[in-house]
Write a protein that binds this ligand. Structure first.
Ligand code: NAD
Ligand code: ZN
Ligand code: ZN
Length: 345
């Protein structure tokens, strides 16, 4: 089969590789029908995630059809259409029992990281019973690919950890696929105002179409000053960081109101300066974490009922064997006006 393989920092190849087989009785082999590229894959290619070693197949998002199941798999059989979660979970260990799948004893984010991932014709999914979801008949598969990672990330780590409530003023720093997922899922809770902040005017325009009430372009306005003007000097109830650099975390510290929350979603490679000397007196909450995808069943219901349409995040469609070109497009997202790219086998 063909797979997109990490070959060390800055290097990747679409090469022939052995098709995965059942290794443990709880494994499911999935024939990938649609997958996509994540900002995290670009981090890996830069060499920011040293746990990924040369030879690893990348990718942790997608949908497919069950090809084979191990003897212990109860919920799936060959031919079943499935949604692949970016997080693998056994469902039985202490952390899985409290829905903290990100910290499963025998799972967590391993796909396209510690084991071969979904940017391939076939993928092995450990603990298939708990790490795959059945796809309802007639579901929009492109929308479902957004449920592998970015939608649960936005909802769990941005909106739920940030405690977004009806009427709140919410600021989202970073209008990438993850920030946009925060924007879409924040609307479940009816915030009063959602301010999207980014330097890319095209992404800000898209954010308006997706429900942002206001946008602020970094570089052309003083973001902190504008937020203070908008909120009568109070700041925002919830500041959500969806970039992963010190400057954006700092913006969140400056714009959060007394009693508010900072929810950090971005993956950081550098330490940030925490201004506890200013924040201690403000009664704020700071949260961060890795997505658990425990909200996937809920997101599937909202998708089925038409409450949310994450397929709107798809800007490009290519064939799976055009994945090298897709990486070029995704790696130049601002120039290409790219958000999510669907790769179809
Ligand atoms: N916590 C988790 O479980 C989890 C899961 C998935 C992704 N992530 C992380 O979420 C972050 C966002 O992911 P993404 O795929 O949307 O990334 P992305 O790179 O596609 O988007 C980031 C956006 O931030 C904007 N940006 C960059 N610098 C900025 C600045 N100084 N001020 C304002 N905007 C700025 C960019 O223009 C871009 O639109 C990444 O760090 C990613 O690794 C975290
Ligand atoms: Zn991802
Ligand atoms: Zn577990």
């Amino acid at each position: 089969m063909k797979a997109l393989v990490y070959q060390g920092p800055g290097q990747k190849d679409w090469i022939e590789k052995d098709k995965p087989g059942i290794e443990k009785p709880t494994d499911v082999i999935v024939k990938v029908t649609k997958t996509t590229i994540c900002g995290t894959d670009l981090h890996i290619l830069k060499g920011d995630v040293p746990a990924v070693t040369p030879g690893r197949t990348l990718g942790h998002e997608g949908v497919g059809v069950v090809e084979a199941v191990g003897d212990a798999v109860a919920n799936f059989k060959p031919g079943d259409p499935v949604l692949i979660s970016c997080v693998t979970s056994c469902g039985k260990c202490p952390n899985c029992k409290r829905q903290l799948y990100a910290h499963c004893d025998d799972g967590g984010w391993i796909l396209g990281h510690l084991i071969d991932g979904t940017q391939a014709e076939y993928v092995r999914i450990p603990h298939g019973d708990n790490s795959l979801y059945p796809i309802p008949e007639g579901a929009d598969e492109e929308a479902l690919v957004m449920l592998s990672d970015i939608m649960p990330t936005g909802l769990e780590i941005g909106v739920q950890y940030g405690r977004v409530k009806p009427g709140d003023t919410v600021a989202i720093v970073g209008a990438g696929p993850v920030g946009m997922s925060v924007l879409l899922t924040a609307q479940f809770y009816s915030p009063g105002r959602i301010v999207m902040i980014d330097m890319d005017p095209a992404r800000l325009e898209l954010a308006k179409q997706f429900g942002a009430t206001d946008t602020l372009q970094v570089g052309s306005v003083d973001v902190v000053e504008e937020i203070m003007k908008m909120t009568g000097g109070l700041g925002v109830d919830v500041a959500i960081e969806a970039v992963g650099v010190p400057a954006t975390f700092d913006t969140c510290q400056k714009i959060v109101s007394a009693g508010g929350s900072i929810a950090n979603v971005g993956v950081h490679g550098k330490s940030v300066e925490l201004h506890i000397e200013e924040l201690w007196i403000k009664n704020i909450n700071i949260s961060m974490g890795l997505v658990s995808t425990n909200t996937t069943p809920m997101l599937l219901k909202t998708l089925n009922s038409g409450k949310v349409d994450p397929a709107r995040l798809v800007t490009h469609r290519l064939k799976l064997d055009e994945i090298m070109e897709a990486y070029e497009i995704f790696g130049n997202a601002a120039r290409e006006k790219a958000m999510k790219i669907i790769l179809t086998a």
